[in-house]
Structure formats: C-alpha cells, structure tokens
Design a protein around this ligand. Structure first.
Ligand SMILES: O=C(O)C[C@H](O)C(=O)O
Length: 451
C-alpha cells in the first residue's frame, strides 16, 4: 500500500495513520467512554490470553498495563481517527492495538505486536460491537438512569407542592374540566420513571457481548473457554452486568440489542418533548400567554427586547429530543445494514447512541436543577381559568342533561357570565332541577379533579 509517514510523537502506527488520511470526514472522534471500553477489552483479553497460554506472562502483563492507561484516558490524543470510517470499526480497533502495542513495547524494551499480541484471540468484528455495548451499558447505568431519576424526583416534589393548585385541564388545546397542577406534574414524573423502566428492560440485551466470536461468530483463533473468560474479566474490571451472547451469530450479524436501546432513548426523548412543551405553554406570557406558572429567570432572553426572559432550558430540552429522534432514525437505518455475518455501520451506531445517552442525561439534570426546582405557581390565575372554563358545566349533566348544560355553557361564553350566574338566572333552581347546595357542590372546581 506504499509508504506512510507517522508523526514522530505519535503512539499510533501505520494502520491508524492510513485511516486518518482516508477518513477526514466529520472531525468527530470516538467518544471517551468508547475508547475506555475498547481498552478494557484489550486488557481483559491480555489477562485471559495469559491464563489460557496464548501469550507469555511478560507480554500479557505489559499489554494489560498499557491498556489500563488507555482506559484511564491518558492517551486519548492518540485516537485521531474519524468516527465515519470502516463500518466494522477495524480502524479504531487497530488504533487501540497500535497505541497499546507501542506503550507495552516501551515498557518491556522489546517489540509487542499490535495484531499478534494486543489483538490475540480477537477480531474487530467481535471487539468493536462489544465495546459499543460496554460503553452504552455503562453510560445508561451510571449516567442516564441517575439523571432521569434526579429529574423524576424533582417533578415528584413539585407534584406534592402543587397538589392543591387547581387549574383548567386542556384537551385539543381547548378548555376542559379542571385538574390540579400537582396531577400534571405527577404525570410528568411518571413518564420519566417509566422511561427508566424501559431502559432497564432493554439492559439485559444491551449487556450481551459478542466478544469471543472473532471474525464471523465461530470463535476461530480463540482457545477453548476464551469467550466466557474474557467477558467475565471485563465484567469484573468494569463492574457492569455483562454476559456472553446467547447466540454468537445473532450477536455479530445483527445489532438489534442496541437498536432496541436507541428506541427506548427515543421514547424517553418523546416524553421529555411533551413535558418541555407543557412547561413552556404554562409559563407563556407574562401578559399575553397562559401564565399559570413561572419558570426561574436564568438569563436575559433578548438582545433587543429589554426585560424579556425566555424558557431557555425547555428550549434546550427540545433541541436535545429532536437530535435524539434523528440519531435513532440513523441507528435504525444502520441497524438494518447487517449482511450475513456482520453489521457494517458500527461506528455511526456508537456515535449516535452514546451521544443520545449523554445529551439526555445532561439535559435531564439541567431541567431538574435549573427549571423544575424553581417553578412557582400563579395560584389565583390558575383557579380563575379553571372557574371560567365552560367545561366546568360538565357535572351539571346529571341535573340538566347534556343538551341543556351545553346551552348553559354557550350562554355563559356569549354573555361573559359565570356558569353559576347563568344557572341561577335560568331558573333551573326554581324549577327544582337542582338545589343551591347541589349547584355549589357541582361547581366546586377542586372537587372536579377527582372521580
Ligand atoms: O478487522 C477485522 O478483524 C475483520 C474485518 O472487519 C473484516 O471482516 O473484514
């Protein structure tokens, strides 16, 4: 393939350099968590290769130590390859092999080979997808789920605080029967909690690794017992609930487990979109909007309109959720791109899923700390809306019947009178259709928020 010139300072070697030159596409590299996962596999493989007699103890020890340094993040600058590269991730697998080989060679004072030693008993085809699943499992468990639980707890605190704040319900964006602000926040909290349930439900398949399958899932070039042993070693080193693929051909030919997780991420994003939009609408105003709640003022909203403050965090949430939805569309297309024994869109799957996890985790914490925690309710205004909604006529159905109650609602709107005023003026009490007490009870808006 001709000569290739590698920078003198680089720990990488020729294959990495060729890939740097072949793929100057996005300027995006592998995520830190992904480099860590690759290095964990390399370290675990060295340990198990030594135990099973594939590598000598000295070389294996040097490889394991070098891999640990890479896992810790000391050599991230030596992972320069663009994420849009060979579909198997071979370039990044070789990048890890080369950097670790160089570091191990420097330690030992003799040559450690990237393929023969660092990549022993492995192929990009089992290592690279495994690294994606490890990085994603770690990010879901250690970052995303805690972030979502933090948001759910903030929403639950507000649900409790706003339990007695009555407001107009809205369906089709039109005035409906009353609800409490607490009921709405309780609904948002449940959406987020169910998102956590959904993610947990997908974890067993996300945490299944193809590692040990090597080139096509058969495990060619591995010693007996390698797959189970290396996965156990990675699980020990990372503390993650990783398991061996139940079927190594499914695990290399398809990427359904991570497509499933991406779908759950999209579901969470869809839920956050609804929540962020409701918050923006309820806080709209201050004069010409709904103004049922106030979001904390975080920064001037406008460069030209003095004093204007905008719902900046909910807007950031909406951009994240749009990005996650787009990422999922890409993951779905990429997941469908498996042919025979290998999916060849692995790096873009990694990029998108890891980005989605990180974005949702970060924005959930921000939404909790910088918006939800500081929300206050405009109690009077919320009650006023509830009482003026024509739909509060609904409990009168049983006294007046639907048709008559509809007339009351329409008259109240046309004459800008309350439902109570129209009922009293309409002589319904005199005609014995209901008593004053029944009218009061029926028009108690807080009562209407219960069955
Ligand atoms: O890099 C490898 O280990 C294998 C490669 O992805 C291939 O199947 O051609």
């Amino acid at each position: 393939m001709g000569e290739v010139r590698v920078p003198a300072h680089a720990k990488w070697r020729a294959q990495t350099q060729r890939a740097v030159e072949n793929f100057p596409i996005s300027g995006q590299r592998l995520e830190r968590a992904h480099i860590e996962a690759l290095a964990r596999i390399k370290g675990a493989a060295a340990v198990v290769n030594a135990e099973l007699g594939v590598l000598g103890k000295e070389v294996a020890g040097a490889v394991a130590e070098a891999a640990a340094e890479v896992a810790e993040g000391r050599w991230d600058e030596d992972f320069p390859i663009d994420v849009f590269q060979t579909g198997s991730g071979t370039s990044s697998n070789m990048n890890a092999n080369e950097v670790i080989a160089t570091l191990a060679s420097e330690r030992l004072g003799k040559d450690v080979h990237p393929n023969d030693h660092v990549n022993a008993s492995q192929s990009s085809n089992d290592v690279f997808p495994s690294s994606i699943h490890i990085a994603a499992t770690s990010a879901v468990l250690n970052d995303l789920i805690p972030g979502l639980e933090h948001l759910a707890a903030a929403l639950e605190r507000k649900a409790e605080e706003f339990a007695g704040v009555v407001k107009s319900g809205r369906t089709h964006l039109m005035d409906a029967t009353p609800v409490t602000l607490g009921q709405e926040f309780g609904g948002y909290a449940a959406q987020v909690r169910y998102g956590v349930e959904r993610l947990r439900a997908s974890l067993p398949r996300l945490a299944e690794l193809p590692l040990g399958g090597t080139a096509v899932g058969t495990g060619i070039n591995t010693p007996p017992g390698f797959s189970a042993a290396v996965i156990a070693e990675v699980a020990r080193a990372t503390g993650l609930p990783l398991t061996e693929a139940r079927n190594h051909f499914e695990a290399q030919g398809a990427r359904d487990g991570i497509v499933e997780t991406s779908g759950q991420l999209r579901t969470v994003a869809v839920g956050l979109t609804k929540i962020a939009n409701d918050l923006r609408w309820m806080a709209s105003g201050p004069r010409t909007g709904l103004a049922e709640i106030n979001l904390p003022d975080l920064q001037p909203g406008s460069s030209i309109m003095p004093g204007k403050v905008n719902p900046v965090i909910p807007e950031a949430v909406l951009m994240v959720t749009a990005q996650v939805t787009g990422n999922d569309a890409t993951v779905a297309a990429a997941g469908a791109a498996g042919n025979f024994e290998l999916n060849v869109m692995l790096p873009v799957i990694a990029r998108n899923v890891l980005e989605s996890i990180r974005l949702i985790a970060n924005v959930s914490r921000l939404l909790a700390d910088r918006t939800v925690d500081g929300i206050t309710a405009n109690v009077e205004r919320a009650r006023e809306y509830a009482e003026s909604s024509p739909s509060v006529v609904t409990p009168l159905n049983k006294y007046l019947g639907y048709e008559e109650a509809a007339k009351v609602a329409k008259r109240s709107l046309a004459e800008r009178k309350t439902i109570r005023e129209v009922v009293v003026e309409g002589g319904y009490v005199e005609r014995g259709l209901l008593t004053e007490e029944q009218l009061d009870e029926a028009l108690d808006v807080l009562r209407m928020t219960r069955p």
